[in-house]
Design a protein around this ligand. Structure first.
Ligand code: ADP
Ligand code: MG
Length: 141
């Protein structure tokens, strides 16, 4: 499925919709270059899960957990991962096979340890269609 957005609010709203629809144990991967809107999307998803507090990128940790919503929300940013073994150390499997909703930014860096099935979200720019245009592809893997 491909969704086109023309401003940050539309990307936020798409994240919010997916957050409202998310069920226990669901895993989402989020791919896209820097500045494409991954944080905007993530903030929408958190809102859709009923999380009111601020959600930013986990800068000093690989994962940030939010427990105040409808379901636990595990927000991963694996951009700075050196080795997939670091994921074992933080208990990756406990999160991903746990009851919460996982969203993994830069999941392509840890492809070999992803679960068998997940929902892959890719955000891309297309400057020919305008500076704020984004093509968001959602696929079941
Ligand atoms: P990332 O986390 O992928 O590095 P951010 O979400 O931090 O990116 O930043 C995306 C930037 O792009 C924001 O400044 C946002 O306002 C802007 N933007 C413009 N158009 C869009 C759009 N259609 N969807 C998402 N963000 C957009
Ligand atoms: Mg970001």
């Amino acid at each position: 499925m491909v969704i086109e957005t023309y401003n940050a609010e539309e990307t936020y709203a798409l994240g919010e919709k997916l957050g409202m629809e998310a069920t226990e144990g669901k895993v989402y991967t989020l791919l896209g270059d820097l500045g494409v809107g991954k944080t905007v999307f993530t903030q929408g998803m958190a809102k859709g899960l009923g999380i009111e507090g601020p959600v930013s990128s986990p800068t000093f940790t690989i994962v940030q957990e939010y427990d105040e919503g409808r379901l636990p929300f595990y927000h991963f940013d694996v951009y700075r991962i050196g080795d997939v073994e670091e994921m074992d150390e933080i208990g990756f499997e406990d999160y991903v096979y746990g009851e919460g909703v996982s969203l993994i930014e830069w999941a392509n860096l840890i492809e070999e340890i992803l679960p068998e099935h997940y929902t892959q979200i890719t955000i891309e720019k297309d400057l020919e269609k305008g500076f704020d245009y984004r093509r968001i592809t959602i696929e079941e893997v």
